[in-house]
Design a binder for this molecule. Structure first.
Ligand code: HEC
Length: 143
């Protein structure tokens, strides 16, 4: 029985091996097309990137841990001692009028820049959510 089946194919290749090879070829071609940008190409990337940002921004949970990290790495440069007119970290009097404008307004200032402060404290690679976390960290210390 088995020998007859193999004779019909012409050479002794089990069916599962044929299926495995076909699947492997499909996967490799698909992967190759993806890498070369034919599928899910570069044209789609810029349109998804900006729309993803606002979705990330309002999630405070994972960002909370980064607030201090971002502050210590960057914002501290100006806000620790209050150089060039920056509201000093933990200085309630300096922050009070700014806190009155609301967290969203302060986050917007940090994102876009204000006065001498450059957008995102000068590091545009920081995700919006982390900037927000840093502002939350700073404002929490000034309440
Ligand atoms: C180059 C110095 C500098 C760096 C770095 C910097 N800031 Fe500032 N920041 C300022 C100055 C100056 C002001 C006051 C701007 C004004 O009111 O004109 C300010 C104001 C702010 C305010 C109040 C904005 C408002 O609307 O009143 C927030 C919030 C703030 N910074 C957050 C941050 C965060 C978060 C970072 C780090 C990602 C950061 N800053 C990094 C200089 C800096």
């Amino acid at each position: 029985m088995t020998e007859q089946n193999q004779q019909r194919v012409g050479f002794p290749v089990p069916a599962y091996l044929v299926v495995a090879i076909v699947v492997a070829v499909i996967v490799l071609v698909y992967a190759g097309l993806r890498v070369s940008g034919v599928i899910g190409g570069k044209a789609a990337a810029p349109s998804t990137a900006p729309s993803a940002a606002p979705v990330v921004a309002p999630t405070p949970a994972p960002a909370a841990g980064n607030g201090k990290k971002i502050y210590d790495a960057l914002c501290v440069t100006c806000h620790a001692v209050g150089i060039v007119g920056a509201p000093k970290f933990g200085d309630k009097a300096a922050w009070a009028p700014r806190l009155a404008t609301g967290l969203d307004a302060l986050v917007a200032s940090a994102l876009k820049g204000k006065g001498v402060m450059p957008p995102k404290g000068g590091n545009p690679s920081i995700p919006d959510a982390d900037i927000r976390a840093a502002v939350e960290y700073m404002t929490a210390a000034a309440k």
